[in-house]
Design a binder for this molecule. Structure first.
Ligand SMILES: Cc1cc2nc3c(=O)[nH]c(=O)nc-3n(C[C@H](O)[C@H](O)[C@H](O)COP(=O)(O)O)c2cc1C
Ligand code: SF4
Ligand code: SF4
Length: 434
């Protein structure tokens, strides 16, 4: 049986599934129940200085729903904890005593002054927590007060605050990054330079999720007015995966431990983050939508996957996909695939023909001998994968690789077995020669 135990910066947890800093981790009763359900760790809802912030007393969340009413995305305008610092610290102390085998990280956000960070770090260390996570990510409310993503968007501030935290605390320091930035490598490098033990990402994406067209007001609204919020849930996973991969493969941050966050709702999502280098994963929206017990399916699914593939521990496959991530100009331009339709399972709905005809390469015939019949015209197919992506019957359209020596009917050329990319291509005016 696969061993799901995780050792992240020396912080041990029975599995790599942590609840992200958010409503599921904002008080003792929640965290207690989360641990009972099986979560390996939690990042406590972000603490700030007293007096606590004040939240709106009305809608804080709005969802983006799919046609089946499943939550695809969640937007929130909630701030950090609105409970007194002492109450949180007392609860953290009790939880850590009651659950010594679970990871308990405390998320922090205070003004950008050395004294503010020094003071709160001492209190957190005293609570018995395993580590701190610096919240440089929230894109709403707190950022307008010079905290959260306002810090996360300035690499110099990230480095400065991280260095203070390393100076004033013995606890491992995880820097939580904002995705509201052009190149995620800059803040990750800054965290690394400041001495961060790890980075976690992503926090939420700045967003306006919807407009109520009857009231002509955005959503969620407070007394008829709205404000931008933070977007998360399944829809943000691709953005998070890309950012995790960029950090994992950047020579300047390679090896920097990563806690992956963003749209994780299943063991498969978690495995993808781990394959791209994450040592632990954090979950918020999925727990808010389905409850704490989803962790049980996540654990059993991940263990099954690992057993099937012969991975004994998380480390056995962590980062395994990282070396396959390249810049576009490194992709092999001599590699050719064509779509193939399985006539036995095709239900003749015609969707592949329509999408290829209207928006791709007019490469799917819709009839044969006067009969409805869908077949790929290899002389036009560029192998784009659109038809595979939209076909409602799984595995009915597959891609076939043309082997070296075969003729590509589209170009009339013999497929070469040589690897050749854009950097040396004849059409590239900037090509490297010799
Ligand atoms: C309602 C809500 C409140 C949040 N509050 C915090 C917070 O206090 N501190 C923090 O670092 N992240 C906060 N987050 C962001 C989450 O920790 C997480 O980074 C983000 O939701 C992406 O993960 P997900 O797609 O699993 O939700 C919050 C998210 C939500 C939905
Ligand atoms: S989309 Fe799939 S099922 Fe529909 S016609 Fe094309 S191959 Fe057949
Ligand atoms: S792979 Fe692209 S070009 Fe080829 S048949 Fe499918 S949609 Fe058309």
């Amino acid at each position: 049986m696969a061993d799901l135990r995780s050792d992240f910066l020396g912080i041990k947890s029975p599995n790599p599934f942590w609840l992200a800093s958010a409503p599921p981790t904002d008080k003792e009763i929640n965290v207690h129940r989360a641990f009972e359900a099986g979560w390996g760790g939690v990042v406590w809802k972000t603490l700030g200085e007293d007096p606590p912030v004040v939240n709106v007393s009305g809608p804080r969340y709005t969802t983006l729903l799919g046609p089946d009413r499943r939550v695809l995305g969640l937007n929130n305008i909630e701030l950090i904890t609105d409970r007194p610092l002492r109450t949180n610290l007392e609860e953290i102390r009790r939880i850590k005593r009651a659950w010594p085998d679970r990871a308990l990280i405390v998320s922090l956000m205070v003004p950008c002054t050395e004294d503010s960070w020094k003071n709160i770090l001492a209190m957190v260390e005293d609570s018995g927590a395993d580590g701190v996570e610096l919240n440089f990510g929230c894109p709403h409310g707190m950022s307008e007060r010079g905290m959260g993503s306002a810090v996360g968007q300035v690499p110099e501030y990230i480095q400065m605050v991280t260095a203070w935290c390393k100076q004033y605390s013995k606890l491992p320091v995880i820097v939580k990054l904002t995705p509201n930035i052009t190149d995620i490598r800059a803040p990750a490098r800054a965290a690394h330079a400041g001495g961060a033990d790890a980075v976690s990402l992503i926090n939420t994406i700045n967003s306006v999720i919807a407009v109520d067209l009857d009231r002509m007001v955005m959503s969620p609204a407070t007394d008829g007015w709205g404000s931008h919020g933070g977007y998360c849930g399944p829809a943000v996973k691709p953005i998070a995966l890309n950012m995790v991969a960029e950090i994992a493969r950047d020579p300047q941050t390679a090896g920097l431990p990563i806690s992956g966050i963003g749209g994780i709702g299943s063991w498969r999502d978690a495995a993808e983050f781990i394959a791209l280098g994450a040592g632990t994963v954090q979950v918020c929206t999925a727990a808010m939508v389905y409850g704490f017990k989803i962790v049980q399916e996540m654990c059993s699914g991940l263990a099954n996957f690992m057993d099937e593939r012969g991975y004994r521990s998380i480390e056995d496959f962590r980062g395994k996909a990282v070396p396959t991530v390249k810049n576009w100009n490194q992709l092999n331009l001599n590699y050719v695939e064509k779509a193939v339709i399985n006539q036995d399972s095709c239900i003749q709905c015609g969707r592949c023909h329509i999408v290829c005809e209207d928006t791709s390469h007019q490469a799917i015939f819709a009839s044969k001998d006067g009969q409805r019949h869908f077949e790929v015209n290899e002389a036009e197919c560029v192998g784009c994968n659109l038809c595979v992506s939209i076909c409602p019957v799984p595995d009915t359209i597959t891609m076939r690789r043309l082997m070296p020596g075969e003729i590509d009917q589209r170009t009339g050329q013999i497929v070469s077995g040589e690897y050749a990319n854009w950097t040396t291509h004849a059409n590239n005016p900037m090509r490297v020669t010799g």
